[in-house]
Ligand binder design. Structure first.
Ligand SMILES: [Zn+2]
Length: 134
């Protein structure tokens, strides 16, 4: 009977691990890359982005959520994911995640037009199930 008691304790300990994993919310899908074309020059954080094609990606950096825009150069190189395809430095801005009920089908950037200047306020990346708010 003593061994049965230990087995029960072991099972309880194994089950107790479960909720710790659940708190990490494994349903959030992030870290995908997407391409967007900016036809105007909106502000992204403190930086004004030039019109063009951008590679966008969400990353964790120093425990914070960060969204990064890389401007692409030659579109032929861009299709090959080559580092040579990037022009200027990438621009990173902290973001916050909001979960969506389904996966995003098209990478998209939403801007708001405040005081004359357009500002990036929301980014969705194909394949993820979150919105990146700014
Ligand atoms: Zn993000």
């Amino acid at each position: 009977m003593k061994s049965a008691h230990f087995l029960a304790l072991a099972l309880f300990a194994a089950m107790a691990v479960g909720p710790a994993f659940a708190q990490q919310d494994p349903t959030l899908i992030t870290g995908k890359q997407g391409y967007v074309t900016l036809k105007t020059d909106p502000k992204f954080g403190d930086t004004v982005l030039k019109p063009g094609i951008y590679l966008v990606q969400h990353e964790m950096s120093g425990g914070r959520h960060v969204l990064t825009f890389w401007q692409m150069g030659d579109p032929n190189l861009a299709q090959e994911y080559s580092d040579l395809a990037f022009v200027s430095e990438p621009v990173s801005v902290p973001c916050r995640l909001e979960s969506l009920p389904a996966r995003v089908k098209h990478t998209d950037v939403t801007t708001s037009h405040g005081d004359k200047i357009a500002r990036v306020v929301k980014v969705e990346i194909k394949g993820e199930n979150v919105v990146h708010g700014l």
